[in-house]
Write a protein of this length. Structure first.
Length: 251
């Protein structure tokens, strides 16, 4: 079935000058990466992710937490960008001109947007491909899967942790500033594949609406912001986004 894309949305999008897209786990779901709130599989079925992705969990049992991240790294290592990631990369290519702008804010830590070709990506929650020493603070890209030890160790002997934002932690200052700068000037805002409940991203929609930006949500299910946006498109991101950019820009 073709996703329903409203004509007035297509028309308004053609006029957009500065587009900001916020993405969440739903965008990577069609690449085979389970969303945070989906049931976990196999060995990990008995764990609750919100109990693993915390500094307290790492302090309590760094082995189990880093093994869980290694399982997720393994899934991400073999995953490929899906049509939603690719459509966003095409949209950026089309809009990134001196007169227009495009910023992708992602809560995803898998780097599939970059793999699809997106360039102006702000990683709000960090990435699981970078690991930081809990003793000396040095960060290093870590692409080899699986690790040889849990937790992996830094040359200084300290335990390393993923450079992701855990529950209860602050977002990286630089990423947050980039996000706020983009939100302060955008005239079109998309929320795609996110449950829209985790702050501060959950609040973005209200700040851009307040400024008069047009707002769109693309999600498989209704969320708390579905009634707030100008257009709520219910459907899979990998189907709706390609159809929208094709209709709007022929790309
Ligand atoms: N297309 C569009 N939306 C989808 C699809 C799909 N194929 N599959 C799932 N969804 C939607 C779900 O309906 C849900 O609203 O994606 C959303 C995923 O929500 P979450 O799992 O809560 O992911 P996210 O919003 O990214 O979570 C934000 O919270 O758990 C923490 O740090 C974690 O980055 C994460 C943050």
């Amino acid at each position: 079935m073709q996703p329903v894309i409203l004509d007035n949305l297509v028309g308004e999008l053609r006029e957009a000058r500065a587009v900001v897209v916020l993405t969440g786990a739903g965008v990577s779901a069609e690449s085979g990466i389970p969303t945070f709130r989906d049931a976990m599989e196999g060995l990990w079925a008995k764990y609750d992710p919100s109990q693993l992705a915390t500094p307290e969990a790492f302090d309590r049992d760094s082995e189990i937490v880093t093994r869980w991240y290694d399982w997720r790294r393994e899934k991400c290592a073999t995953a490929k960008p899906n049509p939603a990631h690719l459509a966003l990369a095409r949209l950026e290519e089309h809009l990134a001109t001196p007169e227009r702008g495009f910023t992708l804010l992602t809560q995803n830590v898998d780097r599939l947007h970059q793999a699809a070709g997106s360039r102006n990506v702000v990683e709000l929650h960090g990435t699981l491909w970078v690991w930081r020493c809990t003793r000396c603070g040095i960060e290093r890209e870590e692409r080899t899967v699986p690790f040889q030890e849990y937790p992996p160790r830094c040359a200084c002997g300290g335990a390393r942790r993923p450079a992701v934002v855990w529950f209860g932690e602050m977002l990286p200052e630089q990423a947050l500033k980039q996000a706020h700068d983009a939100l302060a000037t955008c005239d079109f805002f998309f929320s795609v594949g996110t449950s829209a409940v985790v702050e501060p991203a959950a609040n973005f929609i209200y700040s851009v609406r307040h400024r008069g930006a047009k707002t769109v949500e693309i999600n498989r299910d209704a969320t708390p912001i579905s009634r707030v946006v100008d257009w709520s498109l219910l459907g899979k991101a990998g189907e709706v986004l390609p159809e929208l950019v094709r209709r709007a820009f022929g790309i």
